[in-house]
Design a binder for this molecule. Sequence first.
Ligand SMILES: [Zn+2]
Length: 142
Amino acid sequence: MKLFGQLLLCAWASPTSIIALVIGMAGLPFGTRLQRRGSTLEFHGGLVEWILERTPIDAVAMTLGHVIWGRSVASLDFSREHELVHVRQYERWGPFFLPMYFLFSLTMWLRGKNPYYDNPFEREAYGDDHPHYRSADAKPES
Ligand SMILES: [Zn+2]
């Protein structure tokens, strides 16, 4: 029954996972490497590293459904806890995750906030301990 539930979650998130899987697989002849961790597939190096270096936030890793891209094994190890929160978010939101992510980022930007750090999905993934939130929530001393 647990396996059936996991299969349903993978199917729900699969529209995004499949795109990331195809791009990751396309990178295999060009230096990208693949490893499985739990219910996720992790690609690192080569093509996915090249793509991550060109993201607006200069990302070291990125989650797309049940596929995680990292610049290197070290990048994946460093960011895995954060990325696994995004995997759980994809399992909740399925194909609606990316549209909602961009909608939240746009809303934050229009409100003069940081479209990345103030995005509720990132806020959940970083937790309250991230320096951005500690400084943003700090009240001026009177
Ligand atoms: Zn994130």
